[in-house]
Design a protein around this ligand. Structure first.
Ligand SMILES: [Fe+2]
Length: 333
């Protein structure tokens, strides 16, 4: 099932990296290392920080800015043919496509790079050849690694004002497939580009568009539990309590990162077969837990009622554990 190229609707193979703007990038170094177990490194330019979760040079790039914001989503399109294909798709949709300079490619540690903006002005890059770092991945504390590989480093969920336009961009221009969606307690759509249940999510908002959360997936449940232990020392750092999603079956909680960003730390997301997947309407965002402190009180109560209804109906989902699956890191732990 995994790696079935024929099932891909567009040239995007995976999320490759995410850039965030921060008022204080240096604050991310102890946070990422101690709270999440990532490898946090200053650079590659002044006032920036790169975070590693696997062998690649970086997966998250934190840059200095006056206001916190999403800086860029970077999608791996595999090769030059993938770049050409996505460029044709963007141009056919009337989107401007920016070429890259050698300096820009060096900054991203990639061989090929083009950029555009999505329907709400977020910068979106397409690349191939994200380099490995010279040194092996060295986690910030003794964790058993993150699940990345061909699935990419987790997912990014965006807050969107014009839901229809943004959904069209990611589905029709970029070729993402719909995994599932719900209208309550907030409008949301979850999109896949590979066997990861969703790589991009869209959540409707009347407020400011941007990033709602980023998800990173641990290889081991105990590492998620320990991250929760650390977060519990400062309960205000928990943006969403421990719980389990109905759609991707991820067990997770959401941490408040520097600048107010939410980072979902998860475990055991299920894989889907994009070739045969049929989009579903979701009866609830979560099976249990996940008290959403970010939601206004009325919607939070609605979310909690929907979650309770899952329990009243006795809904359960399988746990997808692999002892030495191809996507676990390190492979045989
Ligand atoms: Fe998520």
């Amino acid at each position: 099932m995994v790696g079935a190229a024929h099932s891909r609707r567009g040239p995007i193979r995976a999320l490759g990296y995410v850039g965030l703007r921060s008022v204080d990038p240096a604050a991310w170094i102890p946070f990422a290392a101690e709270s999440m177990g990532m490898q946090a490194l200053a650079g590659p330019v002044a006032d920036s920080v790169r975070l590693r979760v696997d062998e690649r040079a970086f997966r998250y790039l934190i840059v200095k800015a006056d206001q916190p914001a999403l800086d860029v989503l970077g999608f791996d399109v595999g090769d030059d043919a993938g770049l050409a294909r996505i460029a044709r798709s963007l141009e056919a949709a009337g989107k401007a496509v920016a070429a890259s300079s050698p300096e820009q490619r060096a900054l991203r540690a990639v061989d090929g790079l083009i950029a555009t903006t999505d329907a709400e002005g977020n910068r979106v890059e397409f690349f191939h050849g994200l380099a490995d770092a010279a040194e092996a991945f060295s986690p910030g504390r003794p964790i058993g690694g993150f699940r990345v590989g061909p699935l990419g480093p987790g997912h990014a969920v965006l807050l969107v004002r014009d839901f229809a336009a943004q959904s069209r961009f990611y589905r029709e221009v970029l070729g993402c497939g719909v995994s599932d969606f719900h209208a309550e307690p907030f409008p949301a759509e979850f999109l896949h580009v590979n066997e990861r249940h969703h790589t991009v999510g869209l959540i409707g908002t009347d407020g400011v568009p941007g990033v709602h959360h980023l998800m990173c997936e641990y290889a081991h449940l105990d590492d998620l539990g320990r991250a929760y232990d650390i977060a519990l020392r400062n309960p205000d750092s928990i943006g969403v309590s421990l719980g389990r999603h109905l759609n991707d079956h991820v067990t997770s909680f959401y941490l408040r990162a520097p600048d107010g960003f939410l980072i979902e730390l998860g475990w055991a997301g299920r894989l889907i077969d994009p070739a045969s997947w049929v989009p579903e309407a979701l009866a609830s965002p979560s099976l249990w837990g996940h008290v959403r402190h970010w939601l206004p009180a009325e919607r939070r109560a609605r979310a909690e009622a929907m979650t309770r209804a899952m329990g009243d109906a006795g809904v359960r989902a399988p746990v997808h554990v692999t002892r030495s699956g191809a996507f676990e890191w390190p492979p045989d732990s």
